[in-house]
Design a protein around this ligand. Structure first.
Ligand code: NDP
Ligand code: MG
Length: 381
């Protein structure tokens, strides 16, 4: 039995991970963590029988405790609860599928406890990659990408041993506003931004995909995971979302990974690496598809992607500010409190106001996150 913990079990990646568990007989859920969704977590407890669960919200945890009195499960809450779930001695691999920088501390503690990490929570690597990567090495754990593009790159590197990557071709669908110009984005409504053409995902990442900030975060994520320079990472728009990413080697040979847009593939691959298990679902039909097309990203309209390269190259505390400002702005946009273009304006404003730090600790990163929120709160009254 492979024993797993899922942080963010009630979300898009979390529920698809549980679907993978359902389809395989040798995965055992030891712990589950969610934010406040009592109903869904209760259902998951009754189906998967974890030993320990945690909810972020203390009141929700108290209510859940009452509801599952008939089951032998421990119910915890808050950051301590989440860390306990991620570090339980039984757990072999932790799926980090919470959304946002809240994932940093539990990921750090899980690595220190010797757990392998199936990483969906890209915000952790974007803001704390300089801390996470050395820890992964020190504690000799595996860091397995769940993000579809990074899983594709990881799969393309199979068997390449010490062959150096010359270029990573990170594919992007282009999102719902591909082909639009800056002035077309002024009056975008929430409903428009939540309509992703190919993938069904959580609300935050769906907005990030529409602004291409998601691709920006993925560029930084790829830099850490695959030890390449930013100059080696090229974003290619691939509107059909069939090529999930590609790697070019010194001889010009390119290896790509293709498939239908189904996150269960990268999730299952991370859980069973290097083994490939059967996975029910649609297959690519090339006759139906008939063509694969490619475009260059428009960095003037999608300035969030351009900014990501800039903050990535500067490094230090800049990616934290970029990410924190985006998290803050997207939360506001989801509540209809700001207009669509203000997401990128807020990121630029936060970056301009920030005093750069070269090698932030986890503590610094979490303080910079709060400082970024405070600054934006004051400026956007
Ligand atoms: P969702 O919004 O669908 O789910 C987020 C999960 O995190 C939920 O279980 C939520 O619980 C939980 N959560 C939120 N806040 C807290 C908190 N403070 N403490 C504990 N748990 C919390 O997100 P996604 O599944 O879409 O994304 C998760 C991560 O994976 C993100 O980092 C995203 O960038 C990444 N990712 C997602 C992809 C996708 O296809 N969805 C693809 C590639 C990467 P509750 O339900 O109770 O709110
Ligand atoms: Mg992705």
């Amino acid at each position: 039995m492979k024993k797993i913990a899922i942080l963010g079990s009630t979300g898009s990646i979390g529920t698809q991970t549980l679907d993978v568990v359902r389809n395989n007989q040798d995965l055992e859920v030891i712990s589950l963590v969610a934010g406040s969704n009592i109903e869904k977590l209760e259902e998951q407890i009754r189906e998967f029988h974890p030993k320990v669960v945690a909810l972020w919200n203390d009141k929700s945890a108290q209510e859940l405790k009452q509801r599952v009195k008939d089951i032998p499960v421990e119910v915890l809450s808050g950051m301590d609860g989440m860390i306990s779930c991620a570090t339980l001695s039984d757990v072999k691999i932790v799926v980090t599928a919470v959304v946002g920088m809240i994932g940093i501390l539990p990921t750090v503690e899980a690595i220190k406890a010797g757990k392998d990490i199936a990483l969906a929570n890209k915000e952790t690597l974007v803001t704390a990659g300089h801390i996470i990567m050395p820890l992964v090495e020190k504690y000799k754990v595996a860091l397995l990408p769940v993000d579809s593009e990074h899983s594709a790159i990881f799969q393309a590197l199979n068997g390449e041993n010490n062959n150096k990557i010359s270029r990573i071709l990170l594919t992007a669908s282009g999102g719902p506003f591909r082909g639009k110009k800056k002035k077309d984005l002024e009056n975008i409504q929430l409903e428009d931004a939540l309509k992703h053409p190919n993938w069904s995902m959580g609300r935050k990442i769906t907005i990030d995909s529409s602004t291409m900030v998601n691709k920006g975060l993925e560029v930084i994520e790829a830099k850490w995971l695959f030890h390449v320079d930013f100059e080696q990472i090229e974003v290619v728009i691939q509107p059909q979302s069939v090529i999930h990413s590609m790697v070019e080697f010194a001889d010009g040979g390119i290896i790509a990974q293709l498939g239908t847009p189904d996150m269960r593939l990268p999730i299952q691959y991370a859980l069973y690496y290097p083994e490939r298990r059967p996975l029910p679902g649609d297959r690519v039909d090339f006759y139906q598809l008939s063509q694969l097309t490619f475009e260059k990203p428009d960095l003037e309209t999608f300035k969030g992607l351009k900014l990501a390269y800039q903050v990535g190259k500067t490094g230090g505390s800049m990616p934290t500010v970029y990410n924190a400002a985006n998290e803050y702005a997207v939360a506001k946009f989801l509540k209809r409190e700001i207009k669509y273009p203000e997401i990128i304006e807020m990121i630029s404003c936060a970056l301009d106001a920030h005093q750069y730090i070269s090698n932030p600790s986890v503590q610094d990163i979490l303080e910079i996150e709060q400082e970024t929120y405070r600054n934006l709160q004051e400026k956007w009254k």
